[in-house]
Design a binder for this molecule. Structure first.
Ligand SMILES: C[S@@+](CC[C@H](N)C(=O)[O-])C[C@H]1O[C@@H](n2cnc3c(N)ncnc32)[C@H](O)[C@@H]1O
Length: 297
C-alpha cells in the first residue's frame, strides 16, 4: 500500500491511450483489469457510471446511516463522485478514504484521503474502524474476490456496514432488449464480445447474484440486497461508446470484432437509435456483528 498524490490524467478526451490488445509483450495473454484507468475513456466511463448509478448508491448510503462524523472506505473508487458525496455527508468530523489500484482520477485534498491500494493483495487499511465500506463494480473484476471481500469485512468496526454493488451480466446479457433490427443485433453481438474479453481477464459475470451469500459467508449479519438497471437513454449510449472505444484494440486483436462492425456500432450509438441497456446492478449490504467482533477473525 503506497500513499499517493499522483496527478489526474488530462480531462476526458485529453489524452490518447494505447490501443491495447489481448497479447502482451512476450506473447503472454494480457492480465489484470480490462478497462484500466490509464486511458482517457476510463474517465469518460466514470462520468456516465456516476450519472447512471450514483442515485442508487447514495440512497443506500442514506439508509445505512452515513452521517456527519462517519468513517467510510470507498474501494476501487475510480472517479471522484462517490468520494465527494461521502466527504460531503461525513463533514469535517468524519473521515473518507478512497482507494484504487490506479487512483489517477482521484483528487487528494478534496475532503477525502487517496491511497493506491489493491483490495485483494494488500492488507485492509485501518482494520476494525470503518462505519461503512463500499465497492461498486469492482469485485466482479478481481480474480481473488473472496480475499477482497474478507479484507473489506475486516476493515469494519463492530456494527459497521459493508455495501457491495456489482453487475450480474449473465442475468441480463443484452445490450438491446428490443432486438428489432440489424443494428440492435450487432450491439448484442458486440456486448457478447466484450463479456468474452472480461471473462478472459478473470471477471465473474455471475458474481452479482452471489453477493448475499458471499456477505453471509464473510461473517456479516442482517444481509439484504436489491437490483436495478437503466433501460435506454443518453448516459447508457455514452457509457457504451466509451467502453467500445476503450477495448477496441483488444476486440480486434482477439478476432472478436472487425473495424467495420465497430465503426457501424459507434455510428448507430451516435444516431441514438439503439435504446442501449446494462446488466442489473446488484446492491448487497450486511453488518459486522456488534457483539461478536471476533467472528471475522
Ligand atoms: C468499473 S470501475 C468502477 C469505478 C467506481 N467504483 C464506479 O462505480 O464508478 C472499477 C474500478 O476498480 C478498480 N480496481 C480494479 N481492480 C482493483 C483492485 N484489485 N483493487 C482496487 N481497485 C481495483 C479499477 O482501477 C477501477 O477504478
Amino acid at each position: 500500500m503506497v500513499m499517493t498524490s499522483s496527478p489526474r490524467p488530462p480531462h476526458v478526451g485529453g489524452r490518447p491511450g494505447p490501443t491495447g490488445g489481448t497479447i502482451a509483450l512476450g506473447g503472454e495473454p494480457a492480465r489484470g483489469y480490462l478497462l484500466d484507468n490509464a486511458r482517457a475513456e476510463a474517465g469518460e466511463r466514470f462520468v456516465w457510471l456516476a450519472e447512471l448509478f450514483d442515485g442508487v448508491t447514495r440512497g443506500h448510503f442514506d439508509r445505512l446511516g452515513v452521517r456527519a462524523g462517519s468513517r467510510c472506505w470507498e474501494v476501487g473508487a475510480g472517479g471522484r463522485s462517490i468520494p465527494e458525496a461521502l466527504a460531503a455527508a461525513v463533514g469535517p468530523t468524519g473521515h473518507v478514504l478512497a482507494t484504487d489500484i490506479d487512483p489517477s482520477w482521484l483528487e487528494a485534498g478534496d475532503g477525502y484521503e487517496v491511497r493506491r491500494h489493491d483490495v485483494a493483495a494488500d492488507p485492509p487499511p485501518e482494520p476494525g474502524t470503518f462505519d461503512l465500506v463500499h465497492a461498486r463494480l469492482v469485485l466482479v473484476h478481481v480474480p481473488d474476490r473472496a480475499r477482497a471481500l474478507a479484507n473489506m469485512a475486516a476493515a469494519l468496526r463492530p456494527g459497521g456496514w459493508l455495501l457491495v454493488e456489482d453487475a450480474d451480466t449473465a442475468l441480463q446479457p443484452l445490450a438491446c432488449l428490443d432486438d428489432s433490427g440489424p443494428a440492435q443485433r450487432r450491439a448484442n453481438r458486440l456486448r457478447d464480445a466484450v463479456r468474452e474479453l472480461l471473462t478472459r481477464r478473470g471477471a465473474d459475470l455471475r458474481y452479482g447474484r452471489t453477493l448475499p451469500r458471499a456477505l453471509r459467508e464473510a461473517g456479516l449479519v442482517d444481509v439484504a440486497a436489491a437490483g436495478s438497471f437503466p433501460v435506454g437513454g443518453p448516459a447508457c449510449d455514452r457509457l457504451e461508446a466509451a467502453t467500445i472505444r476503450h477495448v477496441r484494440g483488444e476486440l480486434l486483436t482477439a478476432g472478436l470484432a472487425d473495424d467495420a462492425e465497430i465503426d457501424a456500432h459507434l455510428a448507430a450509438i451516435h444516431a441514438g437509435e439503439l435504446d442501449l441497456t446494462l446488466a442489473p446492478l446488484i446492491s448487497a449490504w450486511g453488518r459486522r456483528p456488534a457483539e461478536h467482533p471476533s467472528a471475522l477473525g
